[in-house]
Design a protein around this ligand. Structure first.
Ligand SMILES: Nc1nc2c(c(=O)[nH]1)N[C@H]1C(S)=C(S)[C@@H](COP(=O)(O)O)O[C@H]1N2
Ligand SMILES: [Mo]
Length: 411
């Protein structure tokens, strides 16, 4: 086995990942990202956000906050790539005490708790285990929170607190099997190298049910899109929980603890909980509802080549394209409407990269009459779940998946 960390050992596939459809019938050329601000049509503003290029290993991203970093992927990136390039993959951390570098030769992952034998694993130990690869969307629970009305506190993300990557690593199950999970185990808890900035503040810890942790899909990833993880995306190791919101995808993962009791820490019991209602939906101001930890993702789709207030010509053939994902299932179909949802047409889907991946779609259309229009796109997952027509609301601004509208002007 190559003893080097696999940054070079894994081939870079990025140049092959440019979308084939991106050059055909392009309606608009992608705006240059050298611009220093981006316009975000968030209902509560701000209308402009700075683009930053100052973070290590990162290209142009929308700056939401500097410390700890909250960096958003611009929409153009989803138009160009089905696999989000690592240098434009969004970033979200809760606490600002994040190592500025991690020495792979001394890095160790500890597996302990309700197990037959505790393990202390180096990256080399992990590289010696069977390697698995999986394409999966990493989406923040609060992605698109900036569209919640009434507005809710928290990062006012547009739609770029998500990204899609091919993750390479080992099955969590294989690691747990080596430690030997004891009878009576209930959950598995994950911690990373980042620390709170003030004493007594709760360190980020997330837990999965023992059966979920051992399902053979949850993985420990040491590479992303064929390269080692950027530091800000969790170098050298992170958890991948396919189909679940990325609050569970613990970065810089160095501690796995098998629990014989439910985890009641702040990040499981208080933060990242949703109303236990359909679409996690409640009335603004409503209280007294039961909450549960956020969990599986739901289907979503976006138009990536046409933006709000863009102009189209009446009667002229146009192309709409974008991305969709099924949440915790594949994409069965994506439908498009150019008349504000009165009629729908099935779009042509791009290559199936696996059920947890983004899937591209495209359709040509023409709008016959001048005036204002709303373009809409709707994903139906392979488990039969469809995006709803009305937005959900909850106090944390989680799980938005309404059918999005792109108002345009036809001239
Ligand atoms: N160690 C650690 N892991 C973490 C977090 C964190 O604050 N610390 N935040 C989680 C949340 S809420 C999100 S949305 C994702 C963001 O992943 P990314 O920065 O790689 O895009 O990381 C998750 N894993
Ligand atoms: Mo998140």
């Amino acid at each position: 086995m190559d003893r080097q960390f696999p940054s070079r050992a894994l081939s870079s596939r990025r140049r092959f990942l440019k979308t084939a459809g991106a050059s055909t019938l392009a309606l608009l050329s992608a705006p240059a990202l050298a611009e220093t601000v981006v316009n975000l049509p968030l209902p509560g503003g701000p209308d402009e956000r700075p683009i930053t290029t100052t973070f290590p290993q990162k290209g142009p991203l929308i700056l939401q906050r500097t410390r700890p970093p909250l960096l958003e992927t611009p929409l153009e990136v989803f138009d160009q790539f089905v696999f989000t390039p690592n240098d434009q993959f969004y970033v979200r951390w809760h606490w600002a005490d994040i190592p500025g570098a991690v020495d792979v030769s001394t890095f160790r992952l500890t597996v302990h708790g309700n197990v037959d034998r505790s393990l202390t694993l180096s990256i080399d130990d992990l590289l010696a285990l069977p390697r698995v690869e999986l394409a999966a969307v990493n989406q923040c629970s609060g992605n698109s929170r900036g569209y919640f009305q009434p507005r809710v506190p928290g990062a006012q993300w547009s739609n770029g607190a998500m990204g899609n990557a091919r993750w390479t690593g080992v099955r969590l199950k294989d690691v747990l099997d080596r430690a030997g999970v004891k009878a009576g185990s209930i959950q598995v808890r994950f911690k990373g190298l980042d620390e709170p900035v003030v004493p007594d503040a709760p360190k980020l810890m997330k837990s999965l049910a023992i059966d979920h942790a051992r399902d053979g899909e949850v993985m420990l990833a040491y590479a992303m899109n064929g390269e080692q993880l950027p530091l800000l995306n969790g170098f050298p190791l992170r958890l991948i929980v396919p189909g679940w919101y990325s609050t569970y995808w613990v970065k810089m993962l160095n501690d796995i603890e098998v629990l014989d009791r439910p985890d009641t820490n702040f990040w499981m019991a208080t933060a990242y909980t949703i109303p236990d209602t359909p679409h996690a939906n409640v009335e603004p101001g409503q209280t007294g509802f039961k909450s549960v930890p956020i969990n599986r993702m739901v289907p979503r789709s976006l138009i990536t080549n046409i933006k709000q207030s863009d102009t189209l010509h009446a009667g002229a053939p146009s192309l709409a394209r974008g991305i969709a994902f099924g949440g915790d299932a594949g994409v069965a179909r994506v439908d498009f409407s150019s008349d504000g949802g009165k009629t729908w047409e099935q779009t042509q889907l791009g290559k199936d990269e696996g059920k947890y991946s983004f899937r591209q779609w495209q359709i040509s259309f023409a709008v016959p009459l001048k005036g204002s229009r709303a373009l809409m796109v709707r994903c139906t997952s392979s488990s039969g779940e469809t995006q709803p027509a009305t937005p959900n609301w909850n106090p944390a601004g989680f799980m938005r998946n309404v059918i999005e509208q792109t108002p345009i002007v036809v001239v």
